[in-house]
Design a protein around this ligand. Structure first.
Ligand code: ADP
Ligand code: GLC
Length: 514
């Protein structure tokens, strides 16, 4: 808390004057005021792709609009070294404690509001659980507090001299923001973006009173989900508009297979033009020439730079140094990512002359089976359990292929990072993977979640590897294929403008066939 000071909120004119593009341009153009509510932002705290999107999208939209981010004051946030000024306060509600609102201006001008509540957020562990990976038992209170703080700021009740014209909430931890706004009769429009429908934020019906949720909202048309309270459903029901992170996933979540029991409701939203698929982009830090994580002087990833980075991986993962394709896995170790499929084909990859390096952390069973896999293939398979941005980036840079056999994938960013760094993804034809990989051109796709279907794609990749001119041609296509957010942000921009101007953006809705 050493960086926290109390003050009245205002934009520091000296800072605005020296700030690059971000602030200066946001004063022009459309300049809509938007509160971006999220539980992760890579600058301060990251678990997965949500953190990356929460860091990149407000900056890309910030070129046109005044986007400010609201996050919980986790220990990593409070101790980040960026000064925090106290600019407001929100009252307690039911079991949600009163909290202060701090403002942190990141060096490039991005404004972050922090919900300061030490008893809820300043703990050892990840945003969602303890160091052993167990969810915090009071997550419903922690994230309801986030949602309600957003609603209070939107209502102008937080004592902050800025209030948004739109609230953009992300995934279940932020999903109660639109709900509290609706229960309180607030008219500010809201967008709820689904990054992953499988994490729903369910809690027992008894939590209703703790969260101060009106009893009449606990119905199947409201926030009840088979006798429980569902944060995810609250976001779906009460937001003005829904988006998700790829066009294919927008269709998939309206089917029983991937709709997680919410497909009926999502079909009806889609039928009314209220569900839009907008594919994620990547941020400017994924530019090999200027990425300081890469080995300096070796950023030509079409040629020598790749070799230099593969040497780094070989050393780091104790892999044999020889020719033969180098496959990598950079992933949260969770069921979604299909790691059991990679385990099933690993010996065949090794027999075909390949080597595999894996970095990830997640479910303890997957962590231990991955370690066993490495132990039974010394020199050919190396596994690091953990999270390390530098190694992850060097793995994209030094590998020939990224293995990403996800069972489902709302968008996926790793395949785009790999492409940008000249590593061809081998991935399942699902969600955003289907939308961002062109089979046989910028990567390899397979359809069935089976080892046989996966191996067929891997075999095609190995064939390409044996023809360097083909491999280089695909690499070149892959490297220019992912879009930077600046190029892909337009649908959000249009949606913001339509909603703030009170027009329902039917033309933008993904066509899911009724
Ligand atoms: P998800 O959000 O489902 O995990 P994405 O592909 O959208 O999947 O985003 C994953 C992000 O997390 C990427 O930035 C990826 O590089 C990063 N990541 C995953 N595992 C690790 C790890 N062990 N070390 C470093 N970065 C990782
Ligand atoms: C979720 C999804 C992933 C997506 C990311 C960012 O974590 O699992 O597919 O890329 O959110 O939207």
């Amino acid at each position: 808390m050493g960086n926290v000071v109390a003050s009245v909120e205002r934009d520091d004119p000296a800072k605005v004057a020296v700030r690059p593009q971000l602030q200066m341009q946001s004063l022009q153009d459309h300049n809509k005021k938007v509160l971006f509510v999220t539980s992760e932002i890579t600058d301060l705290v990251k678990v997965g792709g949500l953190g990356d999107v929460s860091s990149a999208l407000p900056r890309a939209l910030g070129l046109r609009h005044d986007i400010r981010v609201l996050i919980p004051g986790y220990r990593d946030v409070m101790d980040s070294g960026n000064p925090i000024r106290i600019v407001g306060k929100v009252p307690g509600h039911a079991a949600l404690p009163e909290c202060r609102i701090g403002r942190m201006d990141l060096p490039d001008g991005l404004i972050i509001y922090v919900v300061i509540c030490p008893e809820l957020y300043e703990r050892e562990g990840s945003p969602y659980g303890d160091a052993q990976g167990r969810d915090w038992p009071d997550n419903h209170i922690r994230f309801a507090r986030l949602g309600l703080a957003a609603a209070e700021i939107a209502a102008g009740h937080a004592g902050i001299s800025w209030s948004p014209q739109l609230v953009h909430a992300h995934d279940w931890p932020a999903a109660l923001a639109p709900a509290y706004m609706a229960w309180r009769g607030q008219r500010t429009p809201s967008i709820f973006t689904i990054h992953n429908l499988t994490y729903q934020g369910l809690c027992d019906a008894e939590c209703l009173s703790e969260l101060g949720v009106p009893a009449e909202a606990f119905t199947p048309e409201g926030i009840e989900y088979y006798g429980k309270l569902s944060f995810m459903k609250a976001g779906i029901v009460y937001s003005t508009h829904l988006t998700t992170v790829s066009e294919t996933y927008a269709r998939e979540i309206t089917t029983p297979e991937l709709g997680c029991g919410l497909d009926g409701m999502l079909r009806s939203k889609a039928g009314s033009g209220l569900l839009t698929g907008i594919t994620n982009g990547i941020d400017q830090s994924w530019e090999p020439g200027s990425d300081t994580h890469l080995i300096q002087g070796s950023t030509d990833l079409e040629r020598d730079g790749k070799r230099v980075h593969s040497r780094y991986i070989e050393e780091k993962f104790a892999l044999d140094q020889d020719i033969g394709p180098l496959f990598v896995v950079v992933s949260r170790l969770v069921h979604q990512k299909g790691l059991d499929l990679t385990q099933a084909v690993a010996s065949s990859i090794v027999e075909a002359g390949g080597r595999i390096a894996v970095i990830g952390r997640g479910e303890s069973l997957l962590e231990s089976s991955m370690k066993e896999l490495a132990a039974s293939h010394p020199g050919r398979i190396g596994v690091h359990i953990g999270f390390n941005e530098l190694d992850a980036r060097r793995m994209f840079a030094g590998s020939d292929f990224l293995l990403m056999p996800s069972r489902f994938e709302p968008c996926g960013l790793s395949q785009m990072y790999a492409q940008r760094y000249g590593s061809l993804p081998i991935a399942r034809r699902t969600g955003g993977l289907a939308d961002t990989i062109e089979d046989g051109v910028t990567g390899f796709l397979f359809s069935k979640a089976s080892a046989a279907s996966y191996m067929e794609a891997i075999q095609r990749a190995i064939n390409v590897y044996q023809h360097p001119e083909l491999l280089n041609a695909m690499r070149r296509r892959a490297m220019v294929s992912p879009l930077y957010w600046q190029e892909s942000v337009k649908p959000y921009d249009q949606l913001y403008q339509h909603l703030i101007n009170e027009k329902v953006p039917r033309l933008l809705a993904t066509d899911v066939g009724g």
